[in-house]
Design a protein around this ligand. Structure first.
Ligand code: CIR
Length: 268
């Protein structure tokens, strides 16, 4: 009781859970991309730059143990979704990734009540886009209708809405679109069905940069991949402040920037 009262008076602290790149990253899952050799050392260096960018914004970073026998384990976003009220442990659509989930449970149970996506449902965090009180959830090769339904029953009691969005052209919904705050969506409209998203103001990626729709938003600042200068220009022209980070190596594993962390507000 005392601890609960104390926690409710503490200022929230932006926290990011991350995990080192697995030495087996070359064996990663690929869905919409051809295999291109990935340099483990470069991937680690770029991942470190990502972590440092988060820390430069005052984010507290918690590092999980590596899971070298799980090639995709660096992409922690897919195994858990955390909102202010609850942490949802997912059941990844990629079978090779299901063994990653358990390892994030202890840290999340210290911060939120836990809920679970259960068989036959599948859902990956890369398909979950939160904009204010609405969760847009990608219906993709990794997230099925049962996953969306289970997610809806978990979050509806907390006052969230859930809208399903078809994702015909990308791995996950957030491969193609992320929320910038203030009702704005950065997106590649070629890859997703924009129908459910029409309440949001679309800022389209530059046509030469189809993968530029994924940013990590920390307050007013956005981490953005360095390799997309045209889309960066579009965002900066609207007064959006970017920190550009190199992310070419894990992009070859079909990973975007958001994939590499689970970000939530923890009580200090
Ligand atoms: C996979 O296919 O599962 C990994 N190679 C990439 C996961 C990227 N995660 C994300 O977009 N949230």
């Amino acid at each position: 009781m005392f601890l609960t009262l104390l926690a409710s008076t503490m200022p929230p602290m932006t926290t990011a859970i991350i995990r080192p790149v697995s030495r087996s990253i070359q064996e990663c899952e690929l869905t919409h991309m051809d295999r291109d050799p990935i340099c483990y050392e470069t991937a680690c260096a770029q991942h470190q730059a990502y972590v440092e960018a988060l820390e430069s914004l005052g984010v507290t970073v918690i590092e999980l143990d590596p899971l070298h026998h799980h090639p995709d384990a660096v992409f922690v976003e897919d195994i858990a979704v955390v909102c202010d009220d609850v942490a949802i442990l997912t059941r990844p659509g990629a079978e090779s990734r299901r063994g990653e989930v358990e390892s994030i449970t202890p840290i999340l149970s210290a911060h939120r009540p836990l809920a679970h996506i259960e068989d036959p449902a599948t859902l990956e965090g890369g398909d979950v886009l939160l904009a204010e009180r609405t969760f847009y959830i990608g219906r993709s090769s990794r997230t099925n209708d049962a996953g969306i339904d289970q997610f809806r029953s978990i979050v509806t009691p907390y006052g969230y809405e859930v809208v399903a969005v078809d994702v015909p052209g990308a791995l996950h919904l957030k491969t193609a679109a992320t929320y910038l705050g203030e009702g704005r969506l950065l997106a590649n409209p070629e890859w997703i069905d924009m129908d459910g998203l029409e309440d949001l103001e679309l800022i389209a990626v530059h046509p030469d940069e189809p993968f530029a729709g994924n940013v990590v938003r920390i307050g007013e600042v956005m981490l953005f991949p360095k390799q997309f200068p045209h889309t960066a220009g579009r965002l900066e022209a609207r007064g959006i402040q970017l920190i550009q980070v190199p992310s070419t190596e894990l992009a070859k594993a079909e990973g975007s920037l958001t994939c590499k962390s689970v970000i939530f507000q923890a009580n200090a």
